[in-house]
Design a protein around this ligand. Structure first.
Ligand code: HEM
Ligand code: HEM
Ligand SMILES: [Fe+2]
Length: 475
C-alpha cells in the first residue's frame, strides 16, 4: 500500500523541503538561461529591464544555490539512514531552512529589482559583491555562514551519536572543507589579481575537489540504495576517489592561474595536476558502472530478484557516471594545458565545458536523490520509471548535450578566427562574433535550451506523480 507523506524520519521530511526549493530554483535557472540565450540572438530583448549581465548572473547563481540546497537536502536525507537515528536538533534545522529560504528570496528580489548600486561599500553589503557565481551581498554571506554552521552542527552531532559509516565520515569532513572554502570568497581586495586568486579557491576547489568528493559519497549511497551494492566495495572505491580527487583537484587549481598575474610556475603545476584530474573521474565512472553490473551478476547467480529498486534513480546515476567523465574529465582536459588554454581561454568553449560539467557531474546525481526521496516518502519498495521519467531524462540530457555541441563549435570558430588568425585583439573578437558558425551555434543553443526546459517540466510532473505509477511495488 502506498503511504502518504510518511517519511520515516523528520530529517528526511526536511530534506524534501530542500529538494522542493531546489527544483523551483532549477526551473528559474532554465528560464533565465533562455532569456540570456535569446539576448545573444536579439540583443535588445528585455534591454534595460533585465539586462544580459543581470539575467546571466541570476542564471548561474540559481544553479549554485539549487545545487547547494539539493546537497544539504541529500545530507539530511541520508543522515538518519546511515546513522540509524533521527537528525539531532531537527527543529532548529527546520528553522534554519526557513531563514535561508527567506534570505535567498530577498537576495533574488534585490537582483531583479535593484540590480546595481553605487561604486562603494554599500553595494557590496546590500546588493551584490560582483564575484561571478557567488554574487550574494555580504549580509547574505554572513547569514549563509551562520546557517551552514548550524547545518554542520546538526550533521556532526547526529553522526557522533549514531552509527559511524565510511560514507558519513567522508561527507562530514567534506562538508567542513566545503563550508570553510566559502570564506575565501568573502573578503575584499582592490587588486583584481588577488581577488581572482582567492575567488578561484571557492570556485575551482568547490567543483573540482569538495563537490566531486561529495558526489563520490552520494554515488556510494545511491548504489547501495538502488541496486543493493555491497557497502565494502563502494566504500573502497570512495576512499580511492577521495585520495585521487584531493591529490589532483587541489593543485589542479593552477589551470586558473595561467593568465591572471600569478607567478609563472603555475603553468607547470596547473598543467600537470589538472591533466591528472580526469583519472579520479574515470574511477567514479567505473565505480558506478562496475558496481551496477557486478550486483546484477551476483544476484542473477543466486536467483535473487535482480531488478533495481528505483529505475529512474538508477538511470540518473548511470548518466552521472558518463556525464561527470565527459563534461568535467574530457571537456575539461581539452583546454587544461596552458599551450591550448592560451587559445581557448574565455571562449564559448569554456561555456561548453561549464554546461556539460555542472550538468553531468551534479545535476544528474542530485536528480537521482530527488527520486530516492520520492520513493522514501511513499514507502515504495520498487519505484518504476514512467513515460514522463524517460522523457525527462531523454530531453534534459539531449538538450544539454546539444547545447554543449553548439557551444563547442562556436568556441572552435572563436579559436580559429579571433585567436589564431586575427591575433586575439578586441576587433578580432567582434569579427568572430559575426561569423555564420557563431550565429548558427547560438540559434542551436536556444533550440536545445528549449528542449532541456521541456524535459524539466516532465521531470517536475514525474516527481509529483510517479508514486501513483501502477507498476510500483509497495512494501
Ligand atoms: C565537475 C567538475 C567541474 C565543473 C563543474 C567545472 C566547471 C567549470 C566552469 C563553470 C568554468 C568556467 C569558469 C568561469 O566562469 O570562468 C570552468 C573553467 C575551466 N575548467 Fe572546469 N569544471 C570542472 C572540472 C574540470 C576539470 C576536471 C578540468 C580539467 C581536466 C577542468 C578544466 C577547466 C579549465 C582549464 C577552465 C578554464 C577555462 C578558461 O580558461 O576559460 N574543469 N570549469
Ligand atoms: C535552458 C537551458 C539553458 C540555457 C538556454 C542556458 C544558457 C546560458 C547562457 C546564454 C549563458 C551565458 C554564456 C556566456 O556568457 O557566454 C549560460 C551560462 C552558464 N550556464 Fe547555462 N543555460 C541553460 C542551462 C544550464 C544548465 C542545465 C546548467 C548546468 C547545470 C547551466 C550552467 C551554466 C554555467 C555554469 C554558465 C556559466 C558558463 C561560463 O562562465 O563559462 N546552464 N547559460
Ligand atoms: Fe578548475
Amino acid at each position: 500500500m502506498q503511504r502518504q507523506n510518511s517519511y520515516k524520519y523528520e530529517g528526511q521530511k526536511l530534506a524534501s523541503w530542500y529538494f522542493t526549493v531546489a527544483m523551483i530554483l532549477f526551473g528559474a535557472q532554465l528560464l533565465l538561461g533562455l532569456v540570456v540565450a535569446i539576448q545573444f540572438i536579439y540583443p535588445s530583448f528585455l534591454y534595460n529591464v533585465l539586462d544580459f549581465s543581470i539575467a546571466r548572473m541570476i542564471h548561474i547563481n540559481a544553479m549554485v544555490v539549487w545545487m547547494l540546497y539539493a546537497m544539504i537536502g541529500a545530507v539530511y536525507y541520508l543522515l538518519p539512514e546511515e546513522t540509524g537515528i533521527e537528525v539531532v536538533g531537527v527543529g532548529i534545522a527546520k528553522l534554519l531552512f526557513w531563514i535561508l529560504t527567506l534570505a535567498v528570496t530577498v537576495v533574488v528580489l534585490v537582483y531583479i529589482f535593484i540590480q546595481v548600486g553605487p561604486a562603494d561599500d554599500s553595494t557590496i553589503w546590500l546588493i551584490t559583491e560582483g564575484r561571478e557565481y557567488i554574487e550574494a551581498p555580504r549580509w547574505a554571506d554572513i547569514g549563509i555562514v551562520v546557517v551552514v554552521l548550524g547545518f554542520l552542527a546538526n550533521t556532526f552531532l547526529t553522526s557522533m551519536k549514531g552509527r559511524r559509516t565510511g560514507i558519513m565520515t567522508v561527507i562530514l569532513s567534506d562538508m567542513i572543507a566545503l563550508a570553510g572554502l566559502y570564506l575565501a570568497g568573502m573578503f575584499f581586495t582592490d587588486n583584481i589579481s588577488m581577488d581572482q586568486y582567492w575567488w578561484w579557491w571557492v570556485i575551482h576547489l568547490w567543483v573540482e575537489a569538495t563537490w566531486e568528493v561529495f558526489v563520490g559519497a552520494l554515488a556510494a549511497y545511491g548504489l547501495i540504495k538502488v541496486v543493493g551494492a555491497n557497502r565494502q566495495i563502494v566504500e573502497m572505491w570512495l576512499w580511492i576517489e577521495v585520495a585521487m580527487l584531493f591529490g589532483s583537484g587541489i593543485l589542479g587549481l593552477g589551470h586558473h592561474y595561467f593568465w591572471i598575474g600569478t607567478p609563472e610556475y603555475w603553468w607547470e603545476i596547473g598543467a600537470l595536476f589538472s591533466a591528472l584530474e580526469p583519472l579520479p573521474l574515470v574511477g567514479m565512472f567505473v565505480h558506478v558502472l562496475y558496481d551496477w553490473g557486478k550486483e546484477k551478476g551476483m544476484k542473477a547467480a543466486t536467483g535473487e530478484d535482480m531488478s533495481s529498486n528505483n529505475t529512474p534513480a538508477l538511470m540518473w546515476l548511470v548518466s552521472n557516471g558518463f556525464g561527470n567523465f565527459l563534461g568535467a574529465g574530457i571537456w575539461g582536459f581539452f583546454h587544461t594545458l596552458p599551450q591550448v588554454n592560451i587559445y581557448t581561454h574565455g571562449t564559448q568553449f569554456t561555456a561548453a565545458h561549464g554546461h556539460l560539467a555542472f550538468f553531468g557531474a551534479y545535476a544528474t546525481i542530485l536528480i537521482a536523490m530527488f527520486y530516492i526521496a520520492v520513493q522514501g516518502k511513499h514507502g515504495i519498495k520498487k519505484l518504476r520509471a514512467t513515460f514522463a521519467s524517460k522523457m525527462a531524462i531523454f530531453l534534459i540530457t539531449f538538450g544539454v548535450v546539444g547545447m554543449t555541441i553548439a557551444l563547442t563549435i562556436a568556441g572552435y570558430e572563436q579559436v580559429l578566427i579571433a585567436r589564431a588568425q586575427l591575433g586575439g585583439t578586441w576587433e578580432a573578437y567582434f569579427t568572430a562574433q559575426d561569423q555564420l558558425w557563431m550565429a548558427q551555434a547560438m540559434n542551436w543553443r536556444l533550440i536545445m535550451g528549449v528542449v532541456t526546459t521541456v524535459g524539466f517540466f516532465y521531470l517536475a510532473k514525474d516527481l509529483l506523480t510517479i508514486s501513483k505509477n501502477p507498476e510500483n511495488v509497495y512494501e
